[in-house]
Design a protein around this ligand. Structure first.
Ligand code: PEP
Ligand code: MG
Length: 548
């Protein structure tokens, strides 16, 4: 048995279909000065064809799955329309005398490597987007056809080294019952699309394709990441039964997810979704979320050449507020620093970036940048129910300073006579242990707390959340964590304030049970986890602690 990363839940047991990528060989021919214009023109024509091809795929996806699944193609189109990309390729043709396909390939490879070198898993996987476009453009420029999956006419488990987002989006779930890839992580766009298409998937399996041919029977467990080559008939039958039961369960859960949920002993629990851009709020709604518990606003600042303007930010926040139609949307002010760097905001290299100039610490120093974001959030608050939340607060002074900046932003809007919610609810993330310990001092200054368990656990155990070797310390139900959370809840409730949890532990029913027993009022998670959680809450009680 092999083990990869479980990327999309469910079971499949079918014959394999191995996707053999045609290796593209890029002719590296130097050109003469009089060929420069011709090669530049070839790039323009190639880009135009790729854009048309993307637009067709986008339309196909829109018809099959709706507008909300098109974001990836919009972002690819935006990448292609970015004038600096064309300028960089033109420069490569002119300065290095490279032919069109070679120049384009090298420029897109450089972009991909920048993302590949990043620590943040989400950003690292954006490299796949540049590689996807690099392959498409090279195929157009060389006149080579695309690898086709459209001829499939039998149920298969698709085996590939990697899948591009456009290949994944064109898959027909009628025949593709499972996906197995050698590389990739759970937050790659292909994994996200597999979850949307509800095709069970296991990614990052390592070099396994060489052992598999189109005749090999495979059994794939998208919940655990297990892959069995040549399974016994018993396992095949079991997986077929499990998949049927899983699909029925999903349909039932989704249908029931639109109700308000109460614990068995009658406490209302708000179940919200975590998002990184306004379009994700549709997925929160589709899964029955009661609101957005965490909008990681820093994603609006990444993958760009310049700071987004107040207007651009306002549009994004207002779009999320409008989409959620009166349900609350908690916008976390940007958490830049640590592993998330902005190319347009030069920062000194730090020995320990996660303990350094990050999130609120950076914002309190970059006052103009922070005020711009606060004004945009405030303005959007007149389009829905927006709440604002400060990340990484460690002391009362930091909180008071952040609040005074919010007051300053309000004053600036009053001067500009722009409307906003005067009583916008203001909260902080509890993710630094010092904040948890002085929760009683912080509570009077806020409307709510949201516990960022990912960081709270990392900082409490002094264990880097990205480092596999210390991952044994990442235990959300260790007494050290539960005591901190319990204390935060007690202090907040004593001041009449509510507490949510928006780190990964909030999405797991086993941990949620503990959080509910500790008195937590709201849980915010990856949108697809909402239906299962809403179901689980009904069986929980506010008094039954398992671990303490
Ligand atoms: C957290 O730390 O738990 C959290 C939700 O914030 P992020 O994962 O973005 O650091
Ligand atoms: Mg955090």
């Amino acid at each position: 048995m092999y083990k990869g990363i479980a990327a999309s839940p469910g079971y499949a047991a079918e014959r394999a279909f191995v996707l053999k990528e045609q290796a593209l060989s890029i002719p590296q021919e130097t050109i003469t000065a009089d060929q420069v214009e011709l090669e530049k023109q070839k790039v323009r024509d190639g880009l135009e064809q790729v854009k048309q091809e993307l637009a067709v795929t986008r339309e196909d996806v829109r018809e099959r799955f709706g507008e909300e699944e098109c974001a990836i193609f919009d972002s690819h189109l935006m990448m292609l329309e970015d004038p600096t990309l064309l300028e960089e390729i033109d420069r490569e043709i002119l300065d290095s005398a490279k032919n069109a396909v070679w120049a384009a390939h090298d420029v897109l490879t450089t972009h991909a490597s920048v993302f590949e070198a990043m620590d943040d898993a989400y950003l690292r996987e954006r490299a796949a987007d540049f590689k996807d476009l690099r392959g498409k453009l090279a195929r157009r420029l060389l006149g080579v056809g695309d690898v086709s999956l459209e001829t499939l006419d039998r149920p298969v488990i698709l085996v590939a080294h990697d899948l591009t987002p456009s290949q994944t989006a064109r898959l027909n779930p009628k025949w593709v019952k499972g996906i197995l890839t050698e590389i990739g992580g759970p937050t790659s766009h292909s994994a996200i699309l597999a979850r949307t298409l509800q095709i069970p998937a296991v990614v990052g399996c390592g070099p396994i394709a060489c052992e598999i041919t189109d005749d090999t029977i495979l059994a794939l467990n998208g919940n655990t990441g297990e892959i069995t080559i040549h399974p016994e008939q018993e396992l095949v039958d079991l997986y077929h039964r499990e998949q049927l039961a899983f699909q029925e369960e999903q349909t039932r859960l989704r249908a029931a997810a639109f109700e308000t949920v109460y614990t068995a002993d009658g406490k209302r629990i708000e179940i919200a979704g975590n998002i990184g851009n306004p379009a994700d709020s549709r997925s929160v709604l589709a899964n029955g979320g009661d609101g957005v518990g965490l909008f990681r606003s820093e994603f609006l600042f990444l993958e760009r050449e310049q700071m987004p303007s107040e207007e651009e930010q306002f549009e994004a926040y207002a779009e999320a507020a409008r989409e959620m139609a009166g349900r609350p949307v908690i916008i976390r002010t940007m958490d830049i620093g640590g592993d998330k760097q902005l190319p347009y905001l030069p920062m000194e290299a730090e020995e320990n970036p996660f303990l350094g100039f990050r999130a609120i610490r950076l914002c309190l120093a970059e006052k103009e940048m922070f005020l711009t974001q606060l004004r945009a959030i405030l303005r959007a608050s007149s389009h829905g129910k927006i709440r604002v939340m400060f990340p990484m607060i460690a002391t009362e002074e930091e909180l008071l300073e952040a609040k005074s900046m919010l007051a300053q932003a309000k004053e600036q809007l009053r001067e500009r006579q722009l409307p906003f919610d005067e009583k916008i609810e203001t909260g902080i993330m509890i993710e630094v242990p010092s904040a948890a310990i002085i929760a009683d001092q912080l509570a009077p200054h806020v409307d709510f707390f949201s516990i960022g368990s990912n960081d709270l656990i990392q900082y409490t155990f002094a264990a880097d959340r990205m480092n596999q070797k210390v991952s044994y310390l990442y235990n959300p139900v260790h007494p050290a964590i539960l005591r901190l959370i319990g204390r935060v809840v007690q202090d907040a409730h004593a001041h009449g304030k509510w507490v949510g949890v928006c780190g990964e532990m909030a999405g797991d029913p086993l941990y949620a049970k503990e959080l509910i027993a500790l008195g937590v009022d709201e849980l915010s998670m990856t949108p697809s986890l909402i239906p299962r959680m809403k179901q689980a809450i009904k069986g929980m009680s506010t008094t039954t602690l398992i671990y303490q």
